[in-house]
Design a binder for this molecule. Structure first.
Ligand SMILES: Nc1ncnc2c1ncn2[C@@H]1O[C@H](COP(=O)(O)OP(=O)(O)OP(=O)(O)O)[C@@H](O)[C@H]1O
Ligand SMILES: [Mg+2]
Length: 275
């Protein structure tokens, strides 16, 4: 296992932000950590990456306790979060070069990364003048400079337009194909379904469900309903097993009413995810 959390608990004063969270993430997996605002996603990333101490339980990366990660271990880990800083007055390109120099990486690699996230053309803009989406992509490109084996992404596509999100999704799938392990927090159910091998649904600091996107959808598709649309435009909701008793010639389409991850989250918590 590349990442492991066992009974992770974090209290801030008398508030319990994380309550006995456990999960394991294998190499090359994209693990989606889903939960509404304040559910403990960033706190979990901070503990796993050794930036915050857990009150109880343990967190490990590469089989090593998170609080004992050395700078060499950390050089194999990329982190993108909203607290990732950058030099505002320097250009996008200079921001990248500072990191590239630190890791002994060539300009060619920097150029390649900027092209892969679609911001090469903006490289001479001062970082402070970049749009939110460009800043996010700069931080992602920067986190990839040293070819990390593990990547922590805290809502990497929040506030991005669909085509820019798509560029990031494709890049993440490419990284996964190369064996990178990715821990991703998101509010975006579509993104989670599309990218993640495994999901953990977090609510008020507790893991309320885990599983693969298809596994979870199957698990909560209990009433097995389908909607049949007839050629005359009328529709009928029936249970799946009753399908074979229908007169097929008049049927135009059949849609199964599988729950979305959003539906599942509402079932489990009584609330929406993106609040
Ligand atoms: N340093 C801190 N001191 C006190 N409370 C904190 C601290 N960091 C986080 N918390 C609290 O812990 C809870 C979880 O916060 P966290 O930032 O992990 O949520 P999140 O799931 O990342 O939310 P969001 O989607 O808004 O980023 C919140 O109630 C927050 O107020
Ligand atoms: Mg957060």
């Amino acid at each position: 296992m590349i990442i492991k959390a066992s009974g992770l608990t974090k209290r801030f004063g008398n508030q319990t932000a994380l309550d006995k969270i456990s999960f394991e993430i294998g190499q090359g997996q994209i693990f989606g950590f889903l939960g509404p605002s304040g559910s403990g996603k960033t706190t979990t990333i901070n503990i796993l990456t050794g930036q915050l101490l857990a009150t109880e339980g343990s967190a490990e990366i590469f089989g090593k306790a998170s609080q004992e990660l050395t700078s060499e271990d950390l050089s194999k880990i990329g982190i993108v979060s909203d607290t990732s800083g950058f030099y505002e007055k320097m250009t996008l390109y200079k921001n990248m070069l500072v990191y590239a120099k630190f890791y002994g990486v060539s300009r060619e690699r920097v150029d390649e990364l900027l092209r892969s996230v679609g911001i090469y053309e903006s490289k001479n803009k001062p970082a402070k003048n970049l749009s939110t989406g460009m800043k996010q992509r700069m931080l992602l490109a920067r986190a990839l400079i040293n070819q990390p084996q593990v990547l922590f992404l805290d809502e990497p596509t929040s506030g991005l337009d669909p085509s820019t999100s798509r560029i990031i999704h494709d890049l993440l799938l490419e990284l996964k194909a190369k064996g990178t392990t990715i821990f991703l927090t998101t509010h975006d159910m579509h993104e989670a379904t599309l990218l993640c091998d495994h999901l953990a649904l977090l609510h008020q600091g507790k893991l309320v469900e885990t599983g693969s996107p298809t596994g979870l959808i199957k698990k909560y598709y209990t009433d097995k309903k389908v909607v049949v649309t007839y050629q005359d435009g009328s529709t009928k909701e029936i249970i799946y097993n009753a399908l074979r008793t229908l007169e097929t010639p008049a049927i135009e389409t059949i849609h199964s009413c599988e729950p979305t991850l959003e539906d599942i989250f509402i079932t489990l918590t009584g609330g929406k995810l993106n609040v």
